[in-house]
Design a protein around this ligand. Structure first.
Ligand SMILES: Cc1ncc(C[n+]2csc(CCOP(=O)(O)OP(=O)(O)O)c2C)c(N)n1
Length: 652
């Protein structure tokens, strides 16, 4: 854009153009003037906005931490000190300042850089993060290792390297964060916890702890006296210049008077804040002091989610994680088609009306799971427990014991946190709890930490559990309705996807352990199809979420003269083995397709059943035992040899 080139030339002539693309190393920004830092922050924001508008990503959280990232990079020695980003969805400025400007255009794309910190990408990325509330524990571990190893080196007086855990007020609601907080308070090492408080998780951060943070922040007497001191000092610049230490100490002393009993202090921490998280200078002043302490410290910074981009400031929830959008007005591109999430969302509202015993639970994902609609209709029967998946499950067990019918909606990847609670607090007592696992199978663009490929293998072995996998919108509705009337725990897993084409056979009622057979002759095919032998020779057995790829494969096989029927499993557990064997008999070749890890998955299990029944020529297609990196759904499936083409090849 012409105006932008003129603007940059104008800035450059005044020494205000910092050229973000030249920064290869965080040390480069240490000598920047105040004006250069402001320009740098602006350039970082522009780069983040323009990239996310094309690739999608976590916009609002990243815009909120630009100044914080700069302040951290200026206050710490990046060669030695570790900055750990909790969840790490807010690491874009960190990436831009650690030599990844050139790669930034490929953010979240197949083969591009990750939207999260990733050790393989850079030595500045200390952990492969993506799930919330881990930074305090992993930071404490790293710090402990560093101090122990350093102490063991005889005569070594060098600094071991500081460790900073940056955690949001949302991530701090997770139980794991509290476990880390308690342990760090006990060990009394100089772990520096930067609490990035924007009063938002993905949506508004509710709950006791959030209210508690607001109380700390809003301690109005303290705030107003503090502001008075700041105003006074600002009016007389010499005071700020020559007595910053004195002013800092005075303010700290004052705070002690007002906030002596704050929870962090009682846990054994030094507490500093709340600071303006968009004032680089103020944060640097504090960070440079707290790193010299001999105890753990919480630096509480207040930031604004979406800062610097009006549409994101206005609606930070919409811009928390967003697909490609128009920079001009923030509108999201692309047609809006019905997804499985929409179907669940609508059906829950309908079921909530019919049955007053139904309650819904989310772990900070009301919008993502579609439960926001239920929450608006039945606020008294809706619970957002914060990023607390373990609690969500055990809480649901209690609700079931008390006579309610809890529906817990959690993404497949985050349910990994709650396997013990599902076993111990729900499956063992056989409580009637319904688990809705959105984002099961291949998950687009978020990479290793977010793939939903472990749930089948993790849960199939749990007694009392029923696991269902719908192949269409109608099947999802049927399964959810049926689950309400079942006994014991039920899991329904479905992908992040637009619903597949509805077939008449999907309307059949559920029959315990049985799937439905879709004949090759019932599949739509193009006119180029060769005529196939009357007898079907290949059977493609599939989980519901792989129905599109399996159907395409069957149609391609038909075009080659191979008649391939499809068996849509519906039930992942239990499986009516006798019925399954009776279906499979008569086929020359059987291919089992699942969008979960092959080892311990449904494919291996079915293969075992069929081999026992003396059936031969069976192939199992599933995810390999490795962590699957980012790409579109189609790219992820192709990498794992699970594309329609791969299924077709296996069926020949
Ligand atoms: C265990 C787990 N559950 C849910 C999520 C989804 N998630 C990603 S970011 C986020 C909100 C984090 O809020 P906060 O820590 O305050 O960061 P902010 O985006 O507000 O800066 C959630 C719920 C996750 N990453 N990990």
């Amino acid at each position: 854009m012409l105006w932008r080139s003129f603007f940059l030339i104008f800035l450059n002539e005044r020494g205000l153009f910092t050229n973000l693309s030249e920064i290869k190393n965080p040390e480069d920004i240490k000598n920047f003037s105040k004006k250069e830092l402001a320009t740098l922050a602006q350039e970082i924001r522009e780069k983040i906005i323009s990239t996310v508008s094309k690739n999608g990503g976590h916009l609002a959280s990243n815009l909120g931490v630009v100044e914080l990232t700069i302040a951290l990079f200026r206050s710490f020695n990046q060669k030695n000190d570790a900055i750990i980003w909790d969840v790490s969805h807010q690491c874009y400025a960190h990436k831009l300042l650690t030599g990844r400007f050139e790669k930034f255009d490929g953010l979240r794309n197949h083969g591009g850089i990750s939207g999260f910190t990733k050790m393989a990408e850079s030595p500045y990325d200390y952990f492969d993060n993506g799930h919330a509330s881990t930074s305090i524990s992993s930071g404490l571990g790293l710090l402990t290792a560093r101090t122990l190893l350093d102490n063991h080196k005889e005569g070594n007086n060098s600094e071991s390297g500081k460790v900073v855990a940056v955690i949001g007020d949302g991530a701090l609601t997770g139980g794991l964060a509290f476990e880390g907080l308690c342990h760090a308070g006990q060990l009394q090492k100089n772990l520096i916890i930067v609490l990035n408080d924007n009063q938002m998780s993905i949506g508004r951060n509710n709950g006791t702890f959030s209210r508690y943070l607001s109380r700390i922040t809003m301690s109005s007497q303290y705030q107003s006296i503090r502001n008075g001191i700041d105003n006074f000092a600002n009016k007389i610049p010499l005071i700020n210049k020559f007595l910053p230490k004195f002013i800092y100490k005075f303010k700290r002393g004052l705070k002690g008077l007002f906030l002596a009993n704050n929870m962090f202090v009682e846990f054994g921490y030094e507490y500093v804040g709340p600071l303006n998280g968009h004032d680089i200078h103020e944060m640097e002043l504090v960070l440079n002091r707290v790193k010299k302490l001999n105890k753990p410290v919480v630096v509480h910074v207040i930031t604004r989610k979406g800062k610097g981009y009006k549409p994101a400031e206005k609606d930070p929830q919409k811009f928390h994680g967003i697909g490609p959008f128009s920079i001009e007005d923030g509108s999201v591109k692309g047609p809006v088609e019905l997804t499985y999430t929409d179907v669940f969302s609508n059906e829950m509202v309908a079921l909530g009306e019919k049955n007053k015993k139904i309650v819904c639970i989310t772990a900070a994902m009301a919008k993502g799971t579609g439960l926001d609609a239920f929450s608006r209709h039945y606020p008294e029967r809706f619970f957002d427990v914060g990023i607390a998946e373990e609690h969500a499950v055990t809480f649901a067990g209690g609700l079931a014991k008390g006579g309610l019918i809890p529906v817990v909606a959690i993404y497949s990847t985050f349910i990994q946190r709650s396997i013990d609670q599902i076993i111990h607090d729900v499956a063992l007592p056989n409580f009637h709890v319904i688990f809705m696992l959105d984002r099961s199978g291949a998950v687009p663009n978020d990479g290793e930490t977010h793939q939903g490929i472990f749930d089948i293998a993790l849960m199939r072995s749990i007694p009392n559990l029923t696991i269902l996998s719908p192949a269409s919108a109608f099947e999802l509705k049927t399964m959810l309705d049926a689950a309400i009337d079942m006994k014991g725990p039920v899991v329904i897993r479905y992908p992040k996807l637009v619903c597949s084409e509805e077939l008449d056979c999907f309307r059949a009622a559920l029959d315990l352990g049985k799937g439905i057979l879709i004949k090759a002759s019932d599949l739509k095919s193009d006119s180029k199809s060769k005529s196939t032998s009357k007898k079907s020779c290949t059977l493609l057995i599939t989980t519901g979420s792989m129905i599109n790829e399996t159907t395409s494969a069957a149609i391609s096989l038909k075009a080659k003269g191979i008649s391939a029927d499809i068996y849509n499993l519906r039930y992942i557990k239990p499986i009516d083995e006798e019925y399954l064997v009776s279906i499979c008999k008569g086929y020359k070749k059987i291919v089992i397709v699942e969008d979960g890890v092959k080892q311990g998955g449904i494919g291996e299990y079915i293969e075992g059943v069929l081999l026992k029944a003396k059936l031969k020529d069976i192939k199992v297609l599933g995810f390999p035992q490795s962590f699957i990196s980012q790409g579109t759904r189609a790219e992820v499936l192709k990498d794992a040899h699970l594309s329609a083409q791969d299924i077709k090849n296996a069926g020949i």
